[in-house]
Design a protein around this ligand. Structure first.
Ligand code: FES
Length: 106
């Protein structure tokens, strides 16, 4: 069974993840504080920016093809190499819009 080291930048936490496991499954098992919700690749709650390395994530339907180059949905992503991830980083498609200062219409 081939495993890869997944390092979470900023915290220095590391986990060993087999190519057959998702990063989220191992993170939860190891007590890493990784946010998640749907666990089916749609909500993006478990997103992490890929700082270094490669993942395979064919079930990451919440990401565009371009976003999947730089972001991993950890509930779907399996490592293909050692990785450095910045968890809690989200793709531009879900970044909040700049506030306009105008009151919201109800
Ligand atoms: S938990 Fe929803 S996309 Fe991963």
């Amino acid at each position: 069974m081939t495993t890869h080291t997944v390092e979470f930048v900023g915290t220095g936490e590391e986990i060993e993840v087999a190519e057959t496991e998702t990063i989220l499954d191992v993170a939860v098992r190891e007590g890493i504080s990784q946010e998640y919700s749907c666990r089916v690749g749609m909500c993006l709650a478990c997103s992490a920016e890929i700082i270094e390395g490669e993942v395979t994530q064919p079930g990451a339907r919440g990401l565009t093809e371009a976003e999947a180059e730089n972001y991993a949905l950890t509930c779907m992503a399996r490592p293909e190499t050692d990785l450095k991830l910045d968890r809690g980083s989200y793709p531009p498609s879900i970044e909040a819009e700049e506030p306009t200062g105008e009151p919201a219409d109800d």
